[in-house]
Design a binder for this molecule. Sequence first.
Ligand code: GAL
Length: 683
Amino acid sequence: MAQVKMLNGSSIDLGVCYYPEHWDEGLWAEDLDRMLEAGIQTVRIAEFAWSLIEPREGEFTYDFFDGFLELASKKGMQVIFCTPTATPPAWLTEKYPEVLNADMEGHLYRHGSRRHYNYNSPVYREKTRIIVEKSASHYGPHPAIVGWQLDNEFNCENDRFYSQSDTAAFRRFLQEKYGTLEALNEAWGTVFWNQTYTAWEEVYVPRKTNTNSVNPHQVLDYYRFVSDSVNSYARLQADIVRKYKKPGDFITTNGMFANIDYQRMQKESLDVLMYDSYPDFGYALDGYNPADPMKDRWWSRNLAEVRAVSSIFGIMEQQSGANGWNTRMEAPSPRPGQLTLWTMQSIAHGADYISYFRWRTCTFGTEIYWHGILDYSGRENRRLREVREVSGKLSKMQELAGARYVARVGIVKDYDNIWDAQQDRWHARVDLVSQNALFVVLQQTHTPFDYVYLENHRDAESLRQYDLLFYPHACILTKERIQVLEDYVAAGGKLVMGCRTGYKDINGKCVMEYLPGLAAKLTGTDIPEYSFVAPDEGRITVEWEGAEFAAAVFNDLLAPMGEHAQVLGTYTSGPYAGTPALIRNRFGKGEAYYFGGAFAEDTVRVFLEKLGAVEPYGEILSLPEGCELALREKGGRCYLFVLNYIAEPAEIHIHTKLYNLLEQREETGRQILEKYGVRIFSF
Ligand code: GAL
């Protein structure tokens, strides 16, 4: 069969998630024909189907998927085949309960749902090795297969693991990391509250305690340990699949969840990461906030996170119907146009493969309300028509396959700070405000941005593409990271850091240096004092050359240090009015800014404007805030995506001449973008 080489920069393709085991075999051929007719050329199968390959321990049978793959081949349908480890069979968990995950009190999560296993059980790892070896060696050579998905959504449902195997593995992880108990006691500050360990057997994964808080340095290491466990488990599978898969077939996994270093997973185990995108949660019945300007647009933030792992990626599960389990999550069906909008949202950020979840809505089980393209009856419907239209649009967009998302602004991140903020409320409060505000304002001002992870191998050269970096609250700083940032700024970059920078070391312990610790030299800043903004102080403001804006949540009171540091802004309200709140330090050819607060929306706006980063395509076109702008570029050709998320027509103005890719004509001047409408302009 003629294979579309997916995800290699030569095409943008459609797929769908299919569960042959949910349907009478008599439906398969018709389903595949209907998919192909709608422009769907790939199906993902088998991620929850362990028992169809190993119905009883050690008994293997391949007939079921052999039958399906043969039909797929005959029809010309490509297949992404999955390892089935997200749902261990009942025979396995019953005989070996140690494979199960447990809650913090050690109670096991039993059979009956999914993702109830733990990554560290020697039995589960062995059973995984066997099922992956059997599946990959048998199905690997099949011509219909184009790629492999490992497991399904690592860390979905649960991102914490408290089984006995986890404790045993945690001890090994710590022994390797610290060597001696003395070093561990030191790193965790166990002298506090008499937590000192005298034998490795006394050390556990976090357990229920009297205060419900656990030693924070232990918890930080625990999140690192969870990530290490997932990564080693993914690697175990990837190494086996790689032995058997055909050359050119890719290895992927789907979704993005907490406590996983995905950059490491990409490096060690994956060819490409796929994301599962359900923007309809922006309209979920529970927690719906009509005043939230982002709603389904928050998913662009997730897509930026995916892009920080795989610059070109896939969507393994793209929303095609209403969300819902029978026990939670209620959200409406995508309204006419939204299925297209959300597909294009993914493509705008770098997805070259879009696979809808799912073909038919399941008529049984927990996900009876998680709708696919088709409803229970399978009748022709409006969503399938919309998929057909999307397919027609894609045929006009093929030239942009492999084009890279372009951003001149970066938001710097690292897992140590992410995981620290997960447990440290002081850290979380500032981070939440700043991360949300940065995203909202960058979106509303049509300023594309990337997330940039400061992994160990990151060098300043790789940051050069950004004119401006925000590293809002690097509470934990390391010498290596500050060195990379110093090199970036010295070479001409602009870096903005916010309150609470540099007060913790890599173990999450507070440093005894003058703050901002390791960032003092780069930012030319000293922080003699600091405080939360008290609830009765209201909004604390700062003035910077005529602009007044908030210093939210927390205030570092600043003093300039050295001849290149200049106070640009001072607090204009609250108990510290008149104290410096913003310092610019010229450093080499660039500038580092230290701001004493968290970044509220008005604050971000002022920074973007004053630092010349706002609305970089404003000379080409003007858009209302309700529209997102994204840019992909390939071989000198740029593709500007305009996505209208609001249920009203939007007026846009093109100031030059742009080529409308979908309409295949040049356009200029005022245009009306229909509700949920999408335009792709090339120039
Ligand atoms: C994803 C998962 C799918 C399905 C879908 C709807 O998280 O990968 O298997 O469960 O959500 O709940």
